[in-house]
Unconditional design. Sequence first.
Length: 202
Amino acid sequence: MLLNALDCLQEALDLGFKAKYLTADSWFDSSVFAQSLQKLGIEYVWELKSNRKIKGCEEKTLKKLFSKRVMPQKIKVNIAGKAGIIWASEANLSLSGFSSPIKVVAYYNSKTDKEAFKFIACTEQQESGAKIWECSRLRWKIECFFRDCKSYLNFGRMPAGKEKGSHLAVVIPMILYTSMKLSYEEWDAKDTDTISQIVESW
């Protein structure tokens, strides 16, 4: 899976795509993957597993380290399109398996919580905790994309007997999704309409 992801990233770079950060959930929390991204020159913001070990640290894991840190600070963030408040504590750390120190931010639901509910790493050590949170949340749009494609555009479910047909079962819903988002007027829709609203109106 990670090799496939690296192949896709290399292809995107070869085609000239650029982005400030790559975002991923904790499933991709791999020191090998991190080192591969560094070789590609890709900066990232991704979620870390709470048991990720820290070099030369008595507490050894992120969960233990941040449970003993000073009280988290309040930061303003964008939550579901609205201004909100979240609590965070941060540090530049050397993690086991990682070649360079990275910034790690622990996020809490309240000021008095002893344990963080999320740990996010960022290769840019000067980035703010608020910006790191908002960058990591952009990944959720991918989940929404697949949900809409599966629920309303039969993503991967079109009848197909051979390999080319299987490819079309994936590509056609993506083309429809792109058309509905970028050429919504052609679908008698507004730019604020969701995919479900556009499909149901037809």
